[in-house]
Design a protein around this ligand. Sequence first.
Ligand SMILES: [Zn+2]
Length: 230
Amino acid sequence: MTEEQKNTKGHCPRCDGERNADINAYYRNEWREDDSPVYGIDEYYVLTCRGCETVFVKITEYFSEDEPEEHYDYNTGQVELYVVPKVTHWPMPKFRRRPEWHWRLIFGDSDLKNLLKETYSSLDNGNHVLAAIGMRTVFDRISELLGIDTKLTFNAKLNEMQEKGFIGEYEKETLVVLIDAGSAAAHRGWKPSEDELNAMMDIIEPMIQKHFILPGTVAKLKSSVLPKCS
Ligand SMILES: [Zn+2]
């Protein structure tokens, strides 16, 4: 970084994206091993987002022994190999944007709220297997809150939920996939990718919204609609 550089880009935790930011503080640490070509450059930035003024930290770490990556150079038209510094931020960027209704869970069941919180935390920290298991456990808690016998197998729970009208045929099929994925992570050594985890969250989040958020929303809407003229 040059002396006069006053701004850079960083992932703002509040805007949840890459933003222009002012540099409040900067520290560079360059190190080299004795009698060896191995070296590293660590750079620390304290930044303020130019959009929302949130303060956050960005760290770039260059290590000479990291695996070089292929990059296309638009100036030369050549593909070149070089080591790209590892970039991290604090607070860490969220793996997935929380649904708008997420905060309203504070008024509901504390176990469900905490299970979901730990699942999001596992996602944010790159713990893919734990996140997948967490989603299956969230389903378990949902079924319990709906009055389904906790001693039943997952399949039996789904059948009962369908019989009682909590879920339709298609919803049941998607939940079978979610539960199987959670079981594969728990017992068969399956590590889901980010896309697969997002697909699993796409199944479980609407389930929570449907059963624990929507009833309140609908009741409020119903009470605010003017009665029909006779
Ligand atoms: Zn921001």
